[in-house]
Design a protein around this ligand. Structure first.
Ligand code: C2O
Ligand code: CU
Ligand code: CU
Length: 475
């Protein structure tokens, strides 16, 4: 944790007492620009192929530790036809390169900041020592470098790394600082699920563009949404598939937008995973909601379609340009020896009784807040003991959904307003949508590391203004 003196040095604090909410200390405006926003240049859907972000290779191996080197830098992306879009990237790519790691094999990611702004890198979904967690004030200054150490003691799951700078996370992720990070393990490999080219990450995000192709980020506390849907950085792409099974790791990488995924006219697909990895058993679905930062893993069996069929992945929560996400074009036959086993893994249900902590979610003059107070690096809203089990209860007193995310741990949802969770959210989670007026309880074991972590709403304009709090795991 940074000391008061270091904060002053970083210009994040003045010498005097801390009386101002953080968004004002950092010079944010309290509200959005307001007024009508121009539409992005129109783009015809399903004209560009789905890009798959390249996988980063380790640069060195010392003491059995894989070292990945990433440079944050500006780049130009070609997202709209005939236009250039300046973006902020990991390694020049939008989204950044995928890192693939294995359970039990520690990794160091060396991040170098060649951007003009301070950054912090968080590996979302990982159990990480506090010093490598990307605390919003643990910043890499322009020109600086930081080694993030990831022990990877957890089962296989889909994570993502993204920026986490205090008060600027929304802008920095919107500008491009986000990428997949996939953790695999022997158990999952042995199941026979689709793999390699048939195991496809899909990062869904929305953006708004000016006429010249530049990104428009209005900021403000009310949430930034775009009118153009991107998958892996491409506008509503098509993906040519074979008549066989595919695994899709779907991430809502949007700042604010909620999705409700549906395939074709309500075709069946199989959910196999959540934020924290595999479900206990596969689940047949025709629809699944996805709030910012949540992941859902699906197996789609394209053998049910004929050659030439085109199947649109839709967003039931969208309208007009945001109603279609991408299209699967069934173009060839292929052998398929994959299976979706009836048992994917064992999930031990956590149960109470356990100490309960309350977190109230409110809108006040300070912005969106947890327990009535804006973010402060000098306060802890909870102090669970290492290895203890606790129940955290979120009560949403506002009229909008807040996807609450807790660093360090994976939790299980106990109930929503006393009702058990839906089957699609029954596994391990690290982010959960708390609906307006809802009281939602999660249960977790705080295994891992002592130290300071944060919890926050993952609608990024809420997180930045000021729906974030610290908690401390005590030894
Ligand atoms: Cu994905 Cu603290 O965030
Ligand atoms: Cu996280
Ligand atoms: Cu929120």
């Amino acid at each position: 944790m940074l000391s008061r003196r270091q904060l002053i040095k970083l210009g994040l604090l003045t010498g005097g007492a801390v009386v101002l909410p953080w968004h004002r200390v950092l010079g944010h405006t309290a509200h959005g620009e307001g007024g009508p926003v121009a539409a992005s240049p129109a783009v015809e859907p399903f004209r560009v192929p789905l890009p798959i972000p390249p996988v980063l290779s380790a640069t060195k191996t010392a003491d059995g530790v894989e070292l990945y080197e990433v440079t944050m830098k500006e780049a130009v992306a070609r997202i709209l036809p005939g236009r250039e879009t300046p973006v902020w990237t990991y390694q020049g790519l939008f989204p950044g390169p995928t890192i693939k790691a294995r359970t039990g094999e520690p990794v160091v990611v060396r991040q170098t900041n060649h951007l003009g702004v301070p950054t912090s890198v968080h590996l979302h979904g990982a159990r990480t020592p506090a010093g490598s967690d990307g605390h919003p004030l643990d910043l890499i200054e322009p020109g600086g470098t930081k080694d993030y150490v990831y022990p990877h003691q957890d089962p296989a799951h889909t994570m993502w790394y993204h920026d986490h700078a205090l008060g600027k996370t929304g802008r920095n992720i919107y500008m491009g600082l986000a990428a997949f990070y996939l953790l695999r393990d022997d158990h999952e490999d042995a199941l026979g699920l689709p793999r390699d080219g048939y195991d496809v990450p899909l990062a869904i995000a929305d953006r708004r563009f000016a006429d010249d192709g530049t990104l428009i980020f209005p900021g403000g506390i009310d949430g930034v949404t775009g009118d153009t849907i991107l998958v892996n950085g491409a506008v509503q792409p098509f993906f040519r598939v074979a008549r066989r099974r595919y695994r899709f790791r779907i991430l809502n990488a949007s700042n604010f937008r909620l999705y409700r995924l549906r395939l074709g006219d309500g075709d069946r697909f199989t959910q196999i995973g959540t934020d924290g990895g595999l479900l206990a058993a596969p689940l047949a679905l025709t629809e699944v909601p996805l709030s910012p930062a949540e992941r859902v893993e699906l197996v789609i069996d394209f053998r049910r379609y004929r050659l030439g069929d085109q199947v649109v992945l839709r967003n039931l929560a969208g309208r007009g340009r945001t109603a279609d996400i991408m299209r699967f074009d069934v173009v060839r036959n292929a052998a398929d020896d994959t299976v979706v086993p009836k048992v994917l893994r064992e999930i031990e249900p956590l149960t109470g009784p356990a100490p309960t902590r309350d977190f109230s979610l409110d809108l006040t003059a300070d912005g969106w807040v947890i327990n009535g107070r804006p973010f402060s690096p000098f306060r802890f809203e909870a102090t669970p003991e290492l290895d203890s089990v606790e129940i955290w209860r979120f009560t949403n007193h506002t009229a909008v959904l807040h996807p609450m995310h807790i660093h360090l741990i994976q939790f299980q949802i106990l109930d929503r307003n006393g009702q058990p969770p839906q089957p699609f959210e029954a596994g391990w989670k690290d982010t959960v949508g708390v609906r307006p007026g809802e009281r939602l309880r999660v249960i977790a074991r705080f295994v891992g590391y002592p130290g300071t972590y944060v919890l926050h709403c993952h609608r990024l304009e809420h997180e930045d203004h000021d729906m974030m709090a610290q908690y401390r795991v005590t030894p």
